[in-house]
Design a protein around this ligand. Structure first.
Ligand SMILES: Cc1ncc(COP(=O)(O)O)c(C=O)c1O
Length: 535
């Protein structure tokens, strides 16, 4: 009989909490030393056997390639890797374990990205054959379902924003911002007012507000914040003129600070003859609380891949839902989806439209996921999302500001909306450790954080956004880990400087990244370089 008094059974829960709060994880990332998928290829192996085309279909379609232009015809089959199904599954599962994906961790370190939980029921709906096997060129009478969903979701966004029409064509927030800048240009052109070549934005609005205005042919005037964290009315008054085409602005700004003078900003730009577009990618703390049109905005956009819970796959697919007031809806990218009381149809009759900004009607399956999310929550649920996102954010700020070396610049002691841009300036001054280095060390505990857009107006920045999707327990774990990393910076800076330690990839030397000769974006280019090198 084992004498348990001598070697007692370990209580595995003992190291999980201290004073009721979660401890930092003893995390270590998987390291599979996994080959590139092309290395795994084995001639003849197949994951799926595609059935032969039915003779009857062949007789009907005859030679399908004859209509393809010769220049588009491949001379050889694509050099795709040949793998069995379980090899493919194993490969991607292993790769996923070497990632800090949104479903793996308390993903609150990607401020401005609203990395909330993507409900799997929405994936289930969007991946059903009723959605995934639809073709955008199908006869409209055969796709009434998705047209109905898109039209109904448009009505919901009209309620949320006060705008009168929405286009779902822009395939991302930046694409919607560009489309709004193009609407502003088209509006002034349609009135023969071609001298209006300036767009005003703020430094804490998203960089794509300035970039898209520039791309749309405007000169950009960028306003800087006062101590409260948003520009002075006087600064705006000084910037507007009869050359002002419009204002492109986020509110709250990337700092999570809400500009209370926003309707005055809109009034001043309108008085100068400009239009106002509201970048509402950061709308997570405002749902059911404020509306763009109520502040006088003429245009707005939402990132469905942020606020509306569709997967934020860093690059797609995404939807920037673009909204316009009654006066400007005719300029939206067409076709829009209309209902004649009996059937839904694509309204191509839009002579003043800026034209299409993407193929077909945007990412329909993303609109379906967002619609499912909203229908699940209902109007009260949407408001609750905003309230919890703001509560979580201010609870997190309260706890984070207890950590040594960190601060929340601007609007000292004031509440924030859905995110905060913190500064590790004090820690950097004390230890010489940069914010990026702390962020890398966080990965050793299975967490991470992102610093900020450039330029770093807030020194040594870290932008955290807890959303409504995480519990107090999750937030406490994040805070405890951030505290541990800060303490390490003060007591054992070498450990932080030399991080990561628990990840499969250590550090890619900057000199490698800076030398395009030393890396390849495709397997074929890599093999070619290797062959040249070995010649
Ligand atoms: C405020 C704001 N506007 C616009 C964008 C751009 O959106 P997207 O990444 O979909 O182009 C972002 C994305 O981070 C954002 O935070």
């Amino acid at each position: 009989m084992t004498d348990l008094t001598k070697n007692p059974i370990e209580d595995i829960r003992s190291h999980r909490h201290t004073d009721g709060k979660p401890n930092v994880r003893r995390y270590h990332q998987a390291r599979w030393d996994e080959p590139i998928i092309f290395e795994l290829s084995a001639e003849g192996e197949r994951g799926v056997l595609v059935p032969e085309v039915d003779e009857e279909i062949k007789r009907t379609t005859k030679d399908v390639y004859k209509n393809l232009p010769a220049s588009m015809m491949r001379e050889s089959l694509p050099a795709l890797p040949e793998l069995s199904q379980n090899k493919v599954l194993r490969h991607y599962l292993r790769m996923s374990q070497q990632n800090l994906g949104a479903d793996f961790q308390v993903d609150i370190g990607q401020g401005t990205c609203t990395m909330k939980y993507n409900p799997k029921v929405n994936e289930h709906l969007a991946r059903s054959h009723k959605m995934s096997e639809l073709h955008p060129l199908q006869d409209q009478d055969t796709v009434q379902g998705i047209l109905e969903i898109t039209h109904k979701f448009e009505q919901i966004l009209k309620d949320i924003s006060g705008m009168s029409r929405f286009s779902f064509q822009p395939r991302g927030g930046s694409a919607a911002i560009y489309a709004n800048a193009a609407v502003i240009r088209k509006y002034h052109e349609s009135r023969g007012d071609t001298d209006r070549d300036e767009i005003i934005t703020t430094i804490f609005s998203h960089p794509s507000d300035a970039a898209c205005a520039k791309l749309a042919g405007f000169k950009v005037i960028t306003l800087y914040p006062n101590d409260d964290g948003y520009p002075d009315i006087e600064a705006l008054k000084a910037a507007v003129s009869d050359r002002t085409a419009g204002l492109l602005i986020t509110n709250p700004e990337d700092t999570g600070i809400f500009n209370p003078d926003i309707d005055e900003f809109v009034r001043i730009v309108h008085k100068a003859g400009g239009l106002c577009a509201y970048d509402q990618a950061n709308a997570n703390g405002l749902l059911g609380i404020t509306r763009a049109r109520d502040a006088g905005f003429d245009l707005c956009h939402f990132n469905l891949h942020k606020t509306f819970s569709t997967p934020h796959a860093c690059g797609g697919p995404a939807v920037g839902a673009q909204g316009a007031s009654k006066e400007l809806e005719c300029f939206l990218p067409g076709p829009l989806i209309d209902h004649d009381g009996e059937r839904y149809f694509l309204n191509e009759d839009m002579p003043h439209s800026i034209g299409k900004v993407s193929a077909f009607y945007g990412s329909a399956s993303i609109v379906m996921r967002a619609y499912a999310w909203v229908m699940n929550l209902g109007a009260e649920g949407l408001r609750e999302v905003a309230e919890i996102a703001v509560l979580n954010n201010n609870y997190l700020m309260h706890e984070v500001l207890k950590i040594k070396g960190i601060s929340a610049p601007y609007a000292e002691g004031k509440r924030r909306i859905e995110q905060v841009r913190y500064s590790w300036e004090e820690l950097y001054r004390d230890t010489g450790i940069h914010s990026e280095q702390l962020g890398i060390r966080m990965a050793d505990y299975g967490l991470h954080y992102w610093t900020s857009h450039h330029p770093f107006v807030v020194p040594e920045p870290a932008t955290l956004e807890p959303t409504e999707a995480y519990s107090v327990e999750d937030l406490d774990e994040y805070v405890r880990t951030l505290k541990a990393v800060s303490e390490e910076a003060y007591t054992n800076p070498a450990m932080v400087r030399s991080a990561p330690h628990n990840c499969p990839i250590h550090k890619i030397k900057p000199e490698v990244l800076d030398d395009p000769e030393r890396w390849s974006v495709t397997w074929r280019a890599y093999c070619r370089k290797l062959a040249n090198q070995n010649e």
